[in-house]
Design a binder for this molecule. Structure first.
Ligand SMILES: C[S@@+](CC[C@H](N)C(=O)[O-])C[C@H]1O[C@@H](n2cnc3c(N)ncnc32)[C@H](O)[C@@H]1O
Length: 496
């Protein structure tokens, strides 16, 4: 099926774009809707899609990615409740409400998490002075958010005592949010790319817009960011997920940092409570050094001075640390791990080889079965470069090797946010699902891996140093074999 005209209309109307992996989801959605409408011709269905808004909405509901869970990136929620909300409430007029929007709220876990954090801090009467709104283009997701019933996947990492306090079991391992929480959040359908937003969504104090922009191209990301910025009150805040923030430093809002987290503020002056980074400067500095910005205090001090240098046009001549890195790699390959680690330690934190060196260090430590320090090395690499795919893959492996299913799953999914065509991430997800007794999901991931390998994406594993004993070229065959094994098993179980 030629997906091009379908992709064009979806991109134009709601910004979503499709890479090779997500094409399969789109095609499946189109076929499902065609059969729902009793149609056999894609051309005829395209005609209906263009002319009927209802049909367009139904297809969009099938192709959005709704992955979400309670207390996701909870450091943001903590910052929100502990610092930003209290600061804002102190400034509020007595009858004005503080207004918080979760833009792209999916099935509601994000806005409910905001409400739960606020209730834990300010008590059950928060709706007297705070209003929380969730909005999403996916009507089915909004309906599910309003119903407030959640499966176990929504609760990964969610404390048991809060589950008991705010949810009641409603059978089949599903939990319903209690009415007194449900009524704290208002939901509505909204296309973030639309030209005009409803009045009720204007004058917001805080917007959470996390894990939504990853499906948009840069032009669309900018338009939506600019729309959202226009909804903020003076001094309002806008949060994206940690991996999205720096790529949104368009100069529309000020990028600020507080407690090691980056987010945006609708204000240009410097504020004593947070560091303000002039728009564009952080990203430009990173481009100069061939790395991404980070949030450790030491690096912030360095980045502040680099920003000034950049503004003054001072150039930095990097020391030749490439030689250290090459030597470390060759020691590692010769299994001279201690010498390799010594070389890595000589690479300073602001160096352009720092991230690769830490990936190498993590690989070595995994080989030495020192998982704790391997984990730390990955974290340091990710702290220096939030888009470090290898860091997430290695963390996933570390947790998988320790049978920590939830954390391994989380890390491989994060790897896919960074690069949806990473076959090692799909492969290891397949392995995890297989071992967790989820054969359908495992087959799907093996099949994606096979398709990606057939296209020649990332022919090796993409690790700096991780001597995987199984050659990548045999991986496609292995996946095929695993799928047929799993399908046979499922068939036997059905018959039995
Ligand atoms: C991966 S979920 C993120 C959920 C939540 N914000 C979180 O971080 O857990 C992305 C959501 O963005 C929504 N979305 C995608 N395009 C949108 C658009 N143009 N307008 C509104 N929502 C959109 C999808 O329907 C999906 O529910």
């Amino acid at each position: 099926m030629d997906l091009t005209p379908f992709k064009d209309i979806i991109k134009e109307r709601c910004g979503l774009s499709f890479d090779d992996v997500r094409n399969a989801i789109l095609e499946e959605g189109i076929r499902k809707r065609m059969s729902g409408r009793g149609m056999e011709s894609p051309a005829m269905y395209l005609f209906v899609l263009v002319s009927e808004q209802g049909e367009f909405n139904d297809l969009v509901n099938l192709v959005t990615i709704n992955e979400t869970y309670f207390f996701r990136e909870h450091a943001h929620l903590k910052l929100l409740t502990e610092r930003l909300v209290s600061e804002k409430l102190a400034d509020k007029s007595p009858n004005g409400k503080l207004r918080i929007l979760s833009a792209g709220c999916s099935t509601g876990e994000e806005p409910y998490s905001i409400a739960l954090y606020l209730m834990e801090k300010y008590g059950a009467g928060i709706n007297g002075f705070i209003s929380v709104i969730g909005a999403d283009i996916d009507g089915a997701a909004i309906e599910s958010a309003q119903n407030g019933i959640f499966g176990s996947h929504s609760f990964r990492g969610f404390p048991d005592n809060l589950k008991k306090k705010y949810f009641e079991e409603c059978g089949c391992n599903r939990y319903k949010i209690k009415d007194f929480v449900r009524e704290k959040v208002e939901f509505r359908r909204l296309n973030l790319l639309s030209d005009s937003y409803p009045e009720e969504l204007k004058m917001l104090d805080i917007i959470f817009y996390r894990n939504v922009s990853i499906y948009f191209e840069p032009g669309t990301q900018r338009s939506i960011f600019s729309n959202l910025a226009g909804l903020l009150r003076e001094d309002g805040y806008l949060f994206l997920s940690a991996t999205e923030t720096l790529s949104h430093n368009f100069g529309i809002l000020s990028l600020v940092e507080m407690d090691g987290m980056f987010f945006f503020r609708n204000k240009r002056e410097r504020d004593p409570g947070c560091k303000t980074h002039d728009a564009g400067m952080v990203v430009k500095r990173c481009a100069l050094n061939g790395e991404n910005a980070a949030n450790s205090p030491r690096r912030n001090a360095q980045s502040a001075s680099c920003i000034v240098d950049y503004a003054l046009g001072v150039s930095h001549k990097a020391p030749d640390t490439g030689a250290f890195f090459d030597e470390a790699l060759s020691f590692a390959k010769g299994k001279r791990y201690v010498e390799a680690l010594e070389k890595i330690e000589a690479i300073p934190e602001n160096d352009r080889f720092f991230v690769r060196a830490h990936m190498l260090k993590a690989g070595i430590l995994i080989n030495m079965k020192n998982m704790k320090e391997a984990e730390t090395a990955c974290m340091r690499g990710i702290e220096a470069d939030r888009w470090c795919l290898e860091g997430y893959l290695l963390l996933g492996l570390i947790y998988k090797m320790q049978n920590d299913y939830e954390n391994a799953l989380k890390r491989f999914r994060e790897a896919l946010y960074i690069q949806s065509s990473s076959w090692p991430a799909h492969f290891y997800l397949a392995e995890l699902y297989g071992s967790a007794g989820e054969p359908e999901k495992a087959c799907r991931e093996y099949e994606i891996t096979e398709r990606l390998l057939a296209k020649g994406d990332m022919p090796d594993y993409g690790f700096t140093f991780f001597p995987v004993s199984f050659p990548a070229e045999n991986m496609a065959r292995l996946c095929k074999h695993k799928v047929s094994e799993l399908r046979n098993r499922m068939k036997k179980e059905r018959i039995g």
